[in-house]
Design a protein around this ligand. Structure first.
Ligand SMILES: C[S@@+](CC[C@H](N)C(=O)[O-])C[C@H]1O[C@@H](n2cnc3c(N)ncnc32)[C@H](O)[C@@H]1O
Length: 585
């Protein structure tokens, strides 16, 4: 399909040369409870009996051991998922009942082992649970008394005045929902949403007719298809506010524009925008071809892969290829038993991940181009953004929503324009294949220069290639350095160029884990006129900025937090990118 024609693009490229649960729930509904109720299925229905419990003790202990290992909480890193959830659980507790504390909801090992573990606990359905707190992962938290569902053979002291925090995917704050309780962890239990008994009257309001994906209720890829786009952006703003409240509590001391803090710029494309997806399948399932699911993890954790025939947030060329790939895999399975033998012989690598990446295929003689899909991580992907062309190896990082990138660049350009003084240098740290540096090089003065630094050798190779593709002169206009970001400040070429912080803007765009103390300390010493921190994890961004502002203040260096703005790179999902702009006072 020809989607565009651009002689310019061709010229540039040529220059370098390449849920049956509902039935159970309905019977539960007939009981017509208004408050929290549980339905404990009798022993015949669930296979549950004291005898069964005894027989399964060893099996249970082993499974418990595995569960504990799997759910070991990493609280050493205060921005880990576990630490964030713990923070959110405490916020939810204070909303539910201020007199409750972590001890009121803790599930000690022996309680889990005796009463709560899946294999020994009767299936539990609970109706009309009130959702009170939206998490950054897009789930909703609800709190219920333990007495309401742990009713069998238990010492009352273990449950009286004790509560369970439920984490319910795809539920919304303000809703009353019917759920099935799944695994118990030390401070919460996972639950499956069966149905919504009462919609919320305030935003976000559920509107299931907005859902485009037929697998939305099961797939872990998207969280918010059931709400309008403005409500999605409002939830993401709350995530930014939460991250800063949690990891950078003093942010308000430094911010200039409190009103706009955390506002989120929407994506021009809210579906069909995603230029890369990595669905997977389990070789194990190849034992029975009819069970082969190719797609993404089930939202309920260890319930396997959800078969996704078409992903509405991915681009059309990706979906076309996904369908072709599925047929190829099925055909190869039908024609050969080799894979089954392979699986039996090699139990190690049971999961296979596919790469599907949108790319441009350019006809150099006509200048026409079409969107194709690259599936080999070693093949070259071509993208065009903001009049610049980028090539990179399929396995390497590149931004995944081309529709929003021009808005991001426009925002950064506006910040640069607003920055007083004679800016000469742009320092693009964590530069990947050169996206920001190359697009913004034309915004630097003639005697200016862009420096980029990146730890991946392959990305640096492509950054240099992309600079040439886009007609930039190396090293006069732009120079890419391979190394860890903090090395930029001691790099010979950087030092030889006598780059002064006063003449420079530093862009930092680290991966999800954020930056580190060494980089931040040297950044403060360098004193750039402006710092633009682009982040795909607002919690690590807030943590890094807390460190930055505390350290700079202690060293007599004063920055203002000019703005923090969200960008919705991943519409329909929980993710939000955030750009923080810091200016030297
Ligand atoms: C979120 S990507 C951003 C890439 C680029 N700015 C872009 O927009 O395409 C983060 C990049 O940081 C790189 N990276 C990770 N740790 C690094 C480090 N310590 N020093 C330099 N680069 C690093 C990764 O290889 C990756 O390319």
């Amino acid at each position: 399909m020809i989607v565009g024609s651009c002689r310019n693009l061709s010229l540039i490229l040529r220059r370098v040369g390449r849920i049956n649960e509902l039935a159970l729930f309905k019977s539960c509904r007939r009981l017509n409870h208004n408050v929290v109720n549980s339905v404990n299925m009798n022993s015949n229905q669930t296979g549950y009996s004291p005898h069964h419990l005894k027989k399964s003790t060893d099996k249970t202990k082993n499974a418990l051991k595995r569960l504990r290992k799997k759910t070991k909480w990493d609280t050493t890193d205060r921005t880990s998922r576990e630490s964030i959830l713990m923070y959110e659980i405490q916020e939810a507790l204070s909303i539910y009942d201020r007199s409750l504390n972590l001890e009121s909801i803790r599930n000690p090992d022996d309680l889990i082992e005796k009463y709560l573990f899946n294999n020994t606990r009767p299936e539990t359905l609970v109706v009309d649970v009130t959702c009170i707190y939206q998490t950054a992962e897009g789930d909703c938290l609800a709190i219920i008394p333990k007495e309401s569902y742990i009713t069998k053979d238990i010492d009352r002291n273990e449950v009286e005045n004790k509560f369970t925090v439920l984490k319910i995917p795809k539920a919304l704050e303000g809703e009353k929902v019917n759920i099935r309780i799944l695994r118990h962890h030390h401070y919460y239990a996972e639950a499956a949403l069966l149905s919504v008994s009462k919609k919320s009257k305030t935003s976000p309001v559920r509107n299931d007719s907005l859902i485009l994906c037929e697998k939305f209720d099961k797939c872990s890829g998207c969280q918010y298809q059931m709400i309008g786009y403005d409500d999605q952006l409002a939830l993401k703003k709350k995530t930014i506010e939460k991250a800063y409240r949690m990891a950078f509590s003093s942010w308000a001391e430094y911010i200039e524009d409190k009103e706009a803090f955390g506002n989120v710029v929407g994506s021009p494309l809210q579906y069909a925008y995603r230029t890369k997806i990595t669905p997977h399948y389990s070789k194990k399932k190849q034992m029975d071809k009819s069970l082969l699911n190719i797609g993404f993890n089930n939202v309920l954790g260890n319930e396997g892969v959800v078969d996704v025939q078409s992903c509405p947030i991915a681009t059309p060329s990706i979906n076309k290829e996904l369908s072709a790939k599925r047929q190829d895999i099925m055909k190869s399975l039908a024609s050969s038993s080799q894979d089954i033998v392979d699986f039996r012989e090699s139990r190690k690598s049971q999961d296979i991940t596919l790469l599907l990446r949108d790319s441009l295929d350019v006809n150099h003689s006509t200048g026409e181009y079409k969107n194709v899909c690259v599936t080999n991580g070693k093949h070259v992907v071509t993208q065009q953004v903001d009049g610049c062309v980028f090539q990179f190896q399929g396995s390497e990082f590149f931004q995944n929503n081309n529709s929003i990138l021009p808005l991001v660049l426009e925002y950064i350009r506006y910040q640069i324009e607003q920055c007083n003084g004679n800016l000469k240098y742009l320092v693009d740290t964590y530069c990947g294949s050169g996206f920001f540096g190359i697009c913004l090089s034309k915004d630097m003065p003639d005697n200016g220069k862009v420096f980029g630094i990146e730890v991946s050798k392959l990305s640096i190779k492509y950054a240099n290639h992309n600079a040439k593709l886009n007609g930039l002169s190396i090293p006069k206009d732009i120079e890419f350095i391979e190394g860890t970001a903090s090395n930029i400040f001691s790099n010979k070429s950087f030092l030889d160029s006598k780059v002064e912080g006063n003449d420079a803007i530093v862009i930092m765009d680290p991966s999800r884990k954020g930056s580190n103390d060494s980089f931040i300390q040297q950044l403060i010493e360098f004193r750039p006129r402006m710092i633009i921190y682009v982040s795909c994890n607002v919690f690590t961004q807030a943590r890094d900025l807390a460190y930055f502002f505390e350290t700079s203040k202690n060293n007599g260096v004063h920055y203002r937090l000019k703005e923090v703005t969200g960008f919705d790179f991943f519409a329909q999902t929980k993710h939000v990118e955030s750009i923080a702009v810091l200016e030297l006072k």
